[in-house]
Design a protein around this ligand. Structure first.
Ligand code: AMP
Ligand code: GLY
Length: 417
């Protein structure tokens, strides 16, 4: 099968590695890709958010499957344009991707479907915002209503900071704070049948000990040794199936990757957010453990044939990924610095580029690369991932030193239920 992969970050490099390893994939084209993806795919240039341009590229490359990595093309209707050409596409329609594109829409669907989530108000204007902040109390949670790459959310005990963020955003969602460990559960679905992947945990804050600003994600691990054994079934029953049913009922079925971001609270799992695509960097660890061929799975989801797909197989052990970020990330990432030591297996490229003059590998974004490793257990995977990080040099870079540490040390606590 010929696959066209849209995107060019760490998630897409992990997807490219998985697709290239699938014997049924005999041609892999990525657009725009990055220098890591270039090692396993042919790269093409495209404006990934231009539906007509991506559809034309899918036709030109005779793609049997188009896989869309990031959210912006989905929200822009790229999947719809490709599907209109009769080409199977892994990624939801623009209408279904509103689950990620609008926090207010996601809340509306969850309310209609009876899905447990934080109580919330969509607010505009200072009076409404202040009323919502005071009703819920500290810690305050304020979210930009639109797409913000994980950076539009402020969680703070400082009321003035919460108010200032809300006023910068315009339309916001103010919601109740959910206390409990966070889980990312990915579900591959054709709109009807749902295949859960391994639960993973992401580290959203920039600094060790969950300090500093929110980021797109600074590291991840899977599986979760501390998770309740019925977690996945519980989330399928209480969150995934009702959500898929509600979207089908509205005539906008969700086919693609449903990312369920949860907090495991004293009242059970509650949804923090939905995304309409694979999470980054959780994808790096989840796919490192997936043993079933990735292309076949995504093709089945794209063609509505998941019910006939065999159960997923997983490799034993655990996986850890650590993000190496550029100086100044997330506020004002510096780019153009030379990267050394990024040629080892397990280095996943995110914001990297080749310097025009000499082909040197340089930083080109905030999250520059991820060091991903597997091991027989979480402690071994963690050590291997940090050994990979230590081989990389990038002037001014920073990374968290505590990815997966609390889980290795048995310090992740579930609230009493
Ligand atoms: P989001 O973009 O909605 O995923 O939010 C980014 C991060 O902010 C989440 O991963 C959480 O760490 C935190 N967060 C968002 N909403 C809440 C909430 N209601 N309660 C506690 N933390 C939250
Ligand atoms: N890792 C968080 C996200 O992809 O949104």
């Amino acid at each position: 099968m010929r696959v066209l992969l849209i995107g060019g970050g760490g998630r897409e490099h992990a997807l490219a590695l998985g697709l290239a390893a699938d014997p049924s994939v005999d041609q892999l084209v990525a657009a725009p890709g990055n220098p890591g993806i270039a090692e396993v795919a042919q790269l093409r240039q495209v404006d990934a958010t231009d539906p007509a341009a991506v559809a034309a590229l899918a036709v030109e490359t005779e793609a049997d499957l188009v896989v869309i990595g990031p959210e912006a093309p989905l929200v822009a209707g790229v999947a719809d344009a490709v599907r209109a050409k009769g080409i199977p596409v892994f990624g939801p329609s623009a209408a279904a991707a509103r689950l990620e594109g609008s926090k207010a829409f996601a809340k509306e669907i969850m309310t209609a479907a009876g899905v447990p989530t934080a109580r919330a108000y969509a607010c505009a204007g200072r009076d409404e915002i202040e009323r919502a902040l005071d009703e819920f109390g500290a810690p305050y949670v304020v979210k930009d209503d639109g797409l913000a790459a994980g950076k539009g959310v402020v969680v703070t005990a400082d009321r003035a900071a919460a108010l200032a963020h809300a006023e910068r955003c315009g339309r916001v969602v103010v919601e109740e704070y959910l206390a409990g460990p966070e889980v990312s559960l990915f579900v591959v679905t054709d709109g009807e049948t749902a295949f859960p992947l391994l639960p993973a945990q992401d580290f959203k804050r920039a600094g060790d000990g969950d300090t500093g600003p929110n980021t797109g994600g600074m590291g991840a691990y899977a599986p979760l040794p501390w998770a309740p054994p019925d977690l996945v079934d519980d989330v399928l029953d209480r969150v995934v199936r009702p959500t898929l049913t509600e979207l089908r009922r509205r005539g906008t079925p969700f086919a693609g990757l449903l990312y369920v971001g949860l907090a495991l609270t004293a009242d059970g799992p509650k949804v923090i957010e939905f995304n309409a695509r694979f999470g980054d960097p959780e994808t790096q660890v989840v796919l490192a453990l997936l043993d079933s061929p990735l292309g076949g799975l995504l093709h089945a989801a794209a063609t509505g044939t998941l019910a006939a797909h065999p159960p997923l197989r997983w490799r034993p052990g655990a996986a850890v990924t650590v993000v190496v970020a550029s100086a100044g990330y997330p506020a004002s990432p510096r780019t153009g610095d030379v990267i050394d030591g990024a040629d080892a297996p397990g280095i996943v490229h995110a914001g990297t580029a080749r310097r025009a003059e000499d082909g040197a590998l340089i930083s080109a974004g905030g999250r520059v690369l991820c060091a991903t490793a597997t091991g027989p257990d979480l402690a071994a995977a963690r050590e291997a991932a940090y050994a990979l990080v230590d081989r990389v040099t990038l002037n001014g870079s920073h990374h968290r030193r505590d990815i997966a540490l609390a889980a290795v040390e048995g310090r992740v606590e579930l609230p009493d239920r």
